[in-house]
Structure formats: C-alpha cells, structure tokens
Design a protein around this ligand. Structure first.
Ligand SMILES: C=C(O[C@@H]1C=C(C(=O)O)C=C[C@H]1O)C(=O)O
Length: 419
C-alpha cells in the first residue's frame, strides 16, 4: 500500500457550469439542478476496480474505501457533505457480471451546494497538489448511432411472456426485465455534452458519469447527510400523454391502477425492510405520489429515517441493492429469472451509482436511463462503443407489448441525447 493521501478543501468562486472543468473524454460527475460534484480533468488519486470473485463487491469496495480514508490527512474547513475526501463509484447489478465495480478518487474535485462552491485537491503525501483548474470549451456537437442489442423487441416480448408464466406458476411475484441497445459515438466525442443534455432536459434526476456509465436517474437509492437517510422508490410507470387531456388521463390511470400500485408496494416494502436495521424513525409517505418526468409518470414514495448504527452511504446502498424496483421479488428468484430471460450482462445498469465522503455521507441513485460507454477501449481513432439499457417490472396482468413500449419511453433520454 502506498502512502496516505493529503486532502485540502477550500471555498472558491467558480463559473456556473461545473461540467466545463470535467474531462471531455471521460467525465466524472454527479449533478442535479447545477449542484453536485465534478472531477477536474482526467487525473485520479486512487482507482479501485473489483471483478467477480468470492467476496461481495460492495464489501470489497467498502474495505478499500476505509483504508483510503483512514490513512488520509484531511484539511476541510468547509465541512459539508461532499467536501474533503470523496470518491465516485458505480457497482454492478449482478455479482456474477463480467464488468467491474469501480471506485474513483479524483485528484481534483469541485462542488457546489446551495450557492457555495469549493475545490478539493487530493494528492499523495510528498507529491505536489494539483494546479488551479481551468474550464475547457465544449467540443463540437456529435451524434451517435443506436440499434438493437442482444435482446430484440420480439425477444423481449417472449421473455415477458416467459416471466408471466413464472408468475402464474407462483415462482415469483415480480421480475424486472430489461433490454439493451448498442451503438457508437464518433471518436473524440466530448461526452460532457451528453451529461449536460441529460441534466438540462431532465432536471429532476441525478445526472451521473462514472467510468463511462452516463445517465440521468430519477430514482434515489439512498442519501446520507449528517445522519439523515432518504430514499425515493419508483415503480409503476406510464408514458406521458400527447396533450393535456390524455396526459391527465394517463396520470389518473396510473394512480388508480391496481397492477401498478401492487408493483409499487412490493418495491416500497423491500426498501423499508433493508433500511430498518440501520435506522430509526423510518417514515414512508402515506401513499405513492405521481412523479412527473418529461417522458413519463412514475408512482413514487419518499422514505426518510435517522441513521442509528453509523452505516455509510455505501453500506446502505449495498444493503438496499437490488431493490424490487430493478430486480423483483423474491430477490434471489428474480435474479435467477433475469439471468435466464435476459440474453446480456447488465453490467452496472440498475446497480448503485453515486459518491461517498470520508464521514459516510453520500448520494446514490439506481443507474437507470443510462448507457455504458467503452471509453479507453479501442484506439483513439475508433468510434466509442456504447450499450444502453431500459427495463420494466413484470407482475401478473402485465402486457408484453405495453412493457416493450414502456422500455422504449425509458430509452428516450439517451436516444434523444444521441440523436
Ligand atoms: C427498470 C427501469 O426502471 C424501473 C422500473 C419501473 C417500473 O417498472 O415501473 C420504474 C422505475 C424504475 O424503478 C429502467 O428505467 O430501466
């Protein structure tokens, strides 16, 4: 193990756009309505990758993070969640995935919260701290291509029918099935443009970019801020209407749908059960409310609690994952059904993505409405490959065609941003 890290946070004035400081080829960012944290440039202080193995990957990352933070010397007069030593991370959905779970400590981080902006410099003991950061102009606009992946539209509907048979046989109550789209973006594309487009178009989501996983998730897996824990459960979805009348009808239909309310109740129960051992004064909103996104409506429930055992945001993300919103119920049977019915590896899609600081604060979303870019995979002249994913919860009464259409609407943020 190398020497510890030296960390220094200071308040500074920054322009409006934190993304302008990020690495165009591999942005590292977590943003919502302009607030959040962004790594300056490509340089990192530590990168931990965990491949499939005997140990749960979140536990391995947690241990690595404990070692990094316990040997760090931190000077942080700002003392705000996300200041001081901080890491971005993205974890795989399925422990058996051939993708890595990853934790990245950048060399320089800038952040903004409620009008305060700061910079954190992180370097090895004895090394020089990073220079003052400078924004770089965005590269030219680019467009990507996207087409069918391993799971075609036909294949998806067959998998939904197979899941309905599994539900009818009583093997599981709910399973979330996804499909994939694959494509490319031109070599040298400024990927910050995608992050910016997603965060502008979908302001009520977490826009994230971690190790090539880029998306805009409406679903908060968990946040921890000075001992307060929150989560936002989404399950139950319908596309927005084309005009005011059909839009209102769609929202009312969702609110009244027994199928969607059942599906939602499954998901809320799984979150409450996972948080209960680590919290007290756990409150889930009375009934679900309708969350309005530009492309669809979701049934949503906000959960809030006080941390009772000192668990970190990463610990809680690991305890919560996979929720019924992205796996199904019972969890282990649903995971087995996903392995059988999805002809691709989810990688980090539907896994936890977020950040953690040295005090255990953090914000984590479920990696939805996203694509994994193969940054650094080919030569610098090769197009960058990407895989996008979207899924839908299958319960008794689900219609294969309606579920296919739901995935199409969920792809829209990424598809539009690549057009
Ligand atoms: C699986 C996805 O979304 C999840 C499934 C939902 C549903 O089935 O209604 C709603 C929100 C998410 O929890 C996805 O976006 O890919």
């Amino acid at each position: 193990m190398t020497a510890g890290l030296v960390v220094e946070t200071r308040e500074i004035d920054l322009g409006d756009d934190l993304l302008a400081y990020a690495d165009p080829a591999g942005p590292l960012a977590w943003l919502r309505r302009g607030d959040g944290i962004v790594a300056v440039g490509p340089e990192t202080a530590r990168v931990v990758r965990v491949a499939a193995g005997a140990e749960m990957r979140a536990a391995a990352l947690g241990r690595a993070w404990d070692a990094i933070r316990s040997s760090a010397v931190v000077d942080d007069p700002v003392r705000h969640p996300g200041t001081g030593l901080v890491a971005f991370a993205a974890l795989v959905f399925d422990e058996g995935s051939s993708a890595d779970s990853v934790l990245v400590v950048p060399r320089t981080v800038i952040g903004r919260h409620n009008g305060r902006t700061w910079i954190t410099r992180i370097h090895d003991e004895g090394a020089a701290p990073a220079e003052d950061p400078a924004p770089t102009a965005f590269g030219p606009h680019w467009a990507g291509t996207l087409g069918p992946g391993a799971q075609t539209a036909q294949g998806y509907q067959s998998s939904v029918r197979a899941a309905l048979a599994g539900i009818a046989e009583g093997r599981y109550g709910k399973v979330v099935l996804a499909r994939d789209l694959v494509g490319t973006v031109p070599a040298g594309s400024d990927l910050r443009r995608l992050v910016r487009a997603l965060s502008t178009e979908y302001p009520d989501t977490w826009a994230f970019a971690v190790d090539g996983l880029i998306g805009a998730s409406p679903e908060t897996l968990v946040t921890v801020q000075d001992g307060v824990v929150t989560a936002r459960v989404l399950a139950g979805t319908t596309a927005r209407g084309a005009d005011a009348v059909t839009d209102a009808r769609a929202a009312a239909g969702l609110a009244d749908s027994p199928k969607d309310n059942d599906e939602h109740a499954f998901a809320v129960r799984s979150v409450v059960a996972a948080l209960a051992p680590h919290t007290r004064a756990l409150e889930a909103d009375g009934g679900p409310f309708i969350l309005e996104l530009p492309n669809l409506f979701h049934l949503a429930t906000d959960v809030r609690a006080e941390l009772s055992d000192g668990a970190s945001a990463l610990d809680l993300a690991a305890a919560l994952h996979p929720t019924a919103a992205v796996a199904g119920t019972p969890t282990d049977v649903a995971i087995a059904a996903i392995r059988e019915l999805e002809p691709f590896d989810r990688g980090r899609y539907a896994g936890p993505v977020g950040w953690i600081d040295a005090h255990g604060n953090g914000e984590w979303a479920i990696a939805l409405r996203c694509a994994q870019f193969g940054i650094g995979e080919g030569g610098s002249a090769d197009p960058i490959r990407l895989t996008a994913y979207a899924g839908a919860g299958i319960v008794a009464g689900s219609d294969p065609e309606a579920e296919l259409l739901e995935t199409r609407v969920k792809f829209r943020p990424i598809v539009d941003a690549l057009a």
